[in-house]
Design a protein around this ligand. Sequence first.
Ligand SMILES: [Zn+2]
Ligand SMILES: [Zn+2]
Length: 203
Amino acid sequence: MKILLINFLFAILFLVSCNGKQDSQRTKVNDKIVIQLQPFKNMKMDEVDNIAKQIETIYPNVEVLPAIDFPKNSYYQPRNRYRADSIIKFLSSQTKDNFFKVGLTTKDISATKGKVKDFGLMGLGYRPGKACVASSFRLNPSKRKEQFYKIIIHEIGHTQGLKHCPKKTCFMRDAEGGNPTDEETDFCDNCRKFLKNKHWKFN
Ligand SMILES: [Zn+2]
Ligand SMILES: [Zn+2]
């Protein structure tokens, strides 16, 4: 009886795998998630396009969305900041399967960190997540573009499931309340290995 049952299960599996061929091919294409860059108003669109091009060198599926306003509930008036968790919640709620959104802004963003109710941030991303957000507000103006890319790629890394990395030169290094991006050069081998399994391409 047991053997029969196992054979029966095999037969079902076989049927499913035959019938599912087209489906599984489709899933293969679909499981390459599309990164959507979502600028908030006041971001320069040519800068967003350049960021997209830069990300495309290591992850081919990137789209740029038209700029939108911040969700109203994200504004924190006492410090003229926008709450990163509210932004992420808003972006996640509008993001379909197989996509994830990266909010981009020049405004200051913040979240509650430990006992600090409103802690200024360069970026925030959950691990894993459907959305993250990066701000250029706290960056060194003379190195803004370079540093902003590093912040963005770090938050995307979290959304993909990466934790903070102990390597000081890795994009996934913990900022620990500062801005160590100038010491970061790339994803380290371990972080690359993780991302390669998610269709990221490195030389
Ligand atoms: Zn982080
Ligand atoms: Zn690393």
